[in-house]
Design a protein around this ligand. Structure first.
Ligand code: PFF
Length: 443
C-alpha cells in the first residue's frame, strides 16, 4: 500500500485547505452567481449561508476526518456505520462532476494568460470570450489543464503546489485590491457598488426563493464541502489543533477573496454597460480583460493576474483528484501514475460537453448546485450531527481549551440549523430542476 502524503504542521494543513477553498469558485463563480441572483441581496444570503451553514459544516467534515484518520469514503464507514460509506462515495462523485467542468474553466484561464501576453483580447474583450470559451479551442485548453493536474498528482509533486499556494493567496489579495482601486476610478462604475453592496429588504424577500439555494450551495462549493476533500485533509490534523480557529481562518480568507472579486467585477461591468444579471460565466473574464486593455502595462498585469488565478484553480483541482487517488491507493494495489491518468481521461471525457458549449457547462453547474452539493452535505451532516453526535462533540472539544460553550453550540447548529437550511435548499433546488424543467439537458 502506498504511503499517503502528509503534513506535520498546522500551517501545512491550513495552506492545503485554503489552497483547496480559494479557487475559481471565489474569483469566477461568486461574482456571476451574485449578478444572476439579484446582486446585493444575494450577497446577504451568501454571507449568512457561509457563517450559519458553511462554517459549521466545514467543522463537521473536520471532525469526521480527524476522528477516523481515514480517507473520506472509509471515514464514513468507520465507527460502526458501514452503510454510511455511500455518503463518502457520493462526495467523491460530486467532486468529480464538478471537476469535469472546473477543468474547462481552468482551460479558459490558461488561454487568457496567452491572450494577455499577446494582447489578443485588447480590442474586443467580449468577442474574445465568445471565441475561446467553447468549441475545439476550449477542448484543447481543457486537455492541457487536465494534463497539468494529472501530471502533478501522478508525480506526487504537490509540495510544489503547496509552496505556490503560500504565494498565491497574498498575491491574489494584493492584485484584487489594486484592481479594486482602479475600478473605483472608472466613470459609471459607482452603480456597481450600489448593485453589489446596498441590499434592500423588498428585493431580499422577493429573491429569497431563487437566491437561497444558490447562496447555500455557493458556500459549499467555495469551501470545498460535500466533495470529500476537507474530510481527507483533516485526517492528518493534530489533536491539539483548535478546529474552530482553523476553520475560522479558512472561512475568513476565502470569503475575503470572493468579496474582493465582486468589488472589481461589478464597477467594471457597469462602467462598460454590461448587465450583470445576464453576463453569466463570462463576467470575470470580460471585466478583467477590459481592465487590462486600458491599463498601462496591461499585458504584464494580465499575465500575472491570470497566472495567479491559474495557481488557485490548480490547487483546488489537485485537492480533489488527490482525494480519489489517496482512497484508491489506500485500498487497492494500483500505482499513482496509471490511476491519476485513468481518472484524468474520465474527467476529460465528462467535461467535453461543457467545453463544447457553455450551455452544457451551465447545466452541469446547475445540477451540482441544485442537487449534488446539497444532497451530499445534507447526509454528511445528518451523519455527524445525529449518528455520531456525542462522539463528534468529544472530537471537536480536543484542542479547544477554554471554549467549553463552543462544542454544544456547534453540535446543535449542525443538528438543526445546518440540516434544516440544507433541506430547504434541496427542496428549492429540486423545484427549479423538476418543476421549472432545468433538469432537461440543453440538446
Ligand atoms: N473551493 C473550490 C473553489 O472555490 O474553486 C471548489 C473546488 C472545485 C474544489 C473543484 C475542488 C475542485 F476540484
Amino acid at each position: 500500500m502506498a504511503e499517503r502524503a502528509t503534513w506535520t504542521t498546522r500551517i501545512g494543513f491550513l495552506v492545503a485547505a485554503i489552497g483547496s477553498a480559494v479557487g475559481l469558485g471565489n474569483i469566477w463563480q461568486f461574482p456571476f452567481k451574485t449578478g444572476a441572483n439579484g446582486g446585493s441581496s444575494f450577497l446577504v444570503f451568501y454571507l449568512i449561508a457561509v457563517v450559519a451553514i458553511g462554517f459549521p459544516a466545514l467543522l463537521g467534515e473536520f471532525v469526521l476526518g480527524r476522528r477516523t484518520r481515514l480517507n473520506a469514503i472509509d471515514a464514513f464507514g468507520e465507527l460502526g456505520h458501514r452503510q454510511w460509506r455511500i455518503v463518502g462515495a457520493l462526495g467523491v462523485a460530486t467532486g468529480f462532476w464538478i471537476l469535469s467542468y472546473y477543468n474547462v474553466v481552468g482551460g479558459w484561464v490558461m488561454r487568457y494568460i496567452v491572450g494577455s501576453a499577446t494582447g489578443a483580447y485588447f480590442d474586443a474583450p467580449a468577442e474574445y470570450f465568445g471565441a475561446v470559451s467553447a468549441g475545439p479551442e476550449a477542448i484543447a485548453a481543457q486537455a492541457l489543464f487536465v494534463l497539468v493536474v494529472v501530471g502533478i498528482v501522478a508525480l506526487g509533486v504537490e509540495d510544489g503546489i503547496e509552496k505556490a499556494t503560500k504565494v498565491m493567496v497574498p498575491s491574489i489579495v494584493l492584485l484584487m485590491l489594486a484592481m479594486a482601486v482602479w475600478a473605483f476610478t472608472l466613470e459609471g462604475g459607482a452603480a456597481g457598488y450600489e448593485y453589489f453592496l446596498s441590499p434592500d429588504l423588498d428585493t431580499l424577500l422577493a429573491n429569497a426563493g431563487t437566491a437561497i439555494p444558490f447562496a447555500v450551495s455557493q458556500a459549499f462549493f467555495t469551501l470545498s464541502l460535500g466533495m470529500a476533500i476537507m474530510v481527507t485533509f483533516s485526517s492528518y490534523v493534530g489533536n491539539d489543533d483548535n478546529l474552530a480557529v482553523d476553520g475560522g481562518i479558512i472561512v475568513g480568507t476565502n470569503t475575503l477573496i470572493g468579496v474582493l472579486a465582486g468589488l472589481v467585477v461589478f464597477p467594471v461591468l457597469f462602467a462598460n454597460g454590461i448587465d450583470p444579471a445576464t453576463s453569466g460565466p463570462s463576467a470575470i473574464f470580460i471585466a478583467m480583460a477590459s481592465g487590462f486593455a486600458e491599463l498601462p502595462a496591461g499585458r504584464l498585469l494580465g499575465v500575472v493576474f491570470f497566472g495567479v488565478v491559474l495557481i488557485a484553480a490548480l490547487s483546488s483541482a489537485i485537492s480533489l483528484l488527490e482525494v480519489s487517488v489517496s482512497w484508491a491507493t489506500d485500498n487497492y494495489d494500483i500505482g499513482r501514475v496509471p490511476l491519476a491518468a485513468g481518472l484524468g481521461v474520465g474527467l476529460f471525457v465528462l467535461g467535453l460537453p461543457s467545453a463544447w458549449d457553455t450551455a452544457w457547462l451551465t447545466w452541469f453547474d446547475n445540477l451540482a448546485y441544485q442537487l449534488l452539493l446539497p444532497v451530499s452535505v445534507l447526509f454528511a451532516m445528518l451523519f455527524v450531527g445525529w449518528v455520531l453526535g456525542d462522539e463528534a462533540l468529544t472530537e471537536i472539544r480536543q484542542g479547544m481549551s477554554g471554549m467549553d460553550w463552543f462544542g454544544p453550540a456547534w453540535l446543535w447548529t449542525v443538528r438543526i440549523v445546518v440540516v434544516a437550511g440544507v433541506a430547504v435548499t434541496l427542496v428549492l433546488g429540486l423545484r427549479t430542476l423538476f418543476v421549472e424543467g432545468a433538469i432537461v439537458p440543453p440538446v
